[in-house]
Design a binder for this molecule. Structure first.
Ligand SMILES: Cc1cc2nc3c(=O)[nH]c(=O)nc-3n(C[C@H](O)[C@H](O)[C@H](O)COP(=O)(O)O)c2cc1C
Length: 219
C-alpha cells in the first residue's frame, strides 16, 4: 500500500512515534511518505493552555456525567492554529492516511486545522495516533482525543480504521507528577510502561499496523 503519515509534534514525542510507525510499515513492504505539519507561529505553552482552560470545569463534569459527556464531546469549542502548507495537500493518491499529533485536552490545534484543510480524504481509510502525558485512561485520555479526531476525520470524508494512543511521560505544564501518581493508582505501574519504547507501546504499535493492513472501518 501507499501510505501517508502526517504528523504534528511540538516537543518531539509524537514525531518519535510517527517514525516508529514508518519503520514498522516500511518493514512490512509498504511505501510510506511523510508530511510534517508545522504551525505558522509557535505560541507559548501558556497561550495554548489559556485558550481552552475555561472549558476544563466542563471536562471534569463530562467525566462524571455520561449524558453530558456525550453532548460535550460533540460540542466543545475546538481551537485551531494556522499551519504551513503541506507537502501533500491532496491525499487522494494514497491508499491509507495516518494522522497524528499530541493530545491537548482534545485534538491539538494544528491537527484540527489540518483536518479542515486536507483534500482528497473522501472514503479514504484513515488511522489516528497521538501521544499524551498521562497513562492510557480510557475516557480522559483515549476517548477525549480519538472521539473528536474521529468526528473531524469523518467530516473530512475519511473513515477511521485504527487508533494508537501512547504516553510520552512528559508534559510541558508542571502536571506530570499528577499523571505519574494516577498511573500508579489506576494501573499499578509507572508511566514509562505506556511509552513508545515500552513493551506495551511496541505491542500496540504492531496491532495498530495490523489494523491498517486489514482496513476495516471501526464504526
Ligand atoms: C495545551 C496542552 C494541553 C495538554 N493536554 C493534555 C491532556 O489533556 N492530557 C495529557 O495527558 N497530556 C496533555 N498534554 C501533554 C501532551 O499531550 C504531551 O506532552 C505530548 O506527548 C506532547 O507531544 P509532542 O511532543 O508530540 O508535542 C498537553 C499539553 C499541552 C501543551
Amino acid at each position: 500500500m501507499k501510505i501517508l503519515i502526517a504528523c504534528y509534534s511540538r516537543t518531539g514525542f509524537t514525531e518519535k512515534l510517527a517514525e516508529r510507525i514508518v519503520q514498522e510499515l516500511t518493514s512490512r513492504g509498504h511505501t510510506v511518505k511523510r508530511d510534517r505539519i508545522d504551525v505558522v507561529v509557535r505560541k507559548s505553552r501558556w497561550n495554548l493552555l489559556f485558550r481552552q482552560i475555561h472549558q476544563y470545569p466542563l471536562v471534569g463534569l463530562a467525566i462524571i456525567n455520561s449524558s453530558f459527556y456525550q453532548w460535550w464531546i460533540n460540542n466543545y469549542y475546538q481551537p485551531e492554529d494556522k499551519i504551513h502548507s503541506c507537502e501533500y495537500p491532496d491525499v487522494s493518491g494514497f491508499d491509507h492516511v495516518c494522522i497524528g499529533g499530541p493530545k491537548w485536552c482534545y485534538t491539538s490545534y494544528p491537527i484540527a486545522r489540518y483536518l479542515k484543510q486536507i483534500k482528497g480524504l473522501d472514503h479514504q481509510p484513515v488511522s489516528a495516533f497521538a501521544t499524551f502525558g498521562g497513562p492510557p485512561l480510557k475516557m480522559f485520555e483515549l476517548e477525549f482525543i480519538f472521539r473528536p479526531m474521529n468526528r473531524q476525520i469523518q467530516k473530512a470524508g475519511g473513515r477511521l480504521v485504527s487508533m494508537l494512543g501512547l504516553s510520552s511521560n512528559f508534559h510541558e505544564l508542571p502536571l506530570i507528577w499528577i499523571f505519574r501518581l494516577v498511573s500508579w493508582l489506576f494501573f499499578r505501574c509507572s508511566l514509562k510502561s505506556f511509552t513508545t519504547d515500552s513493551d506495551y507501546g511496541k505491542r500496540k504499535l504492531k496491532a495498530f499496523c495490523d489494523q491498517i493492513e486489514q482496513g476495516n472501518c471501526l464504526d
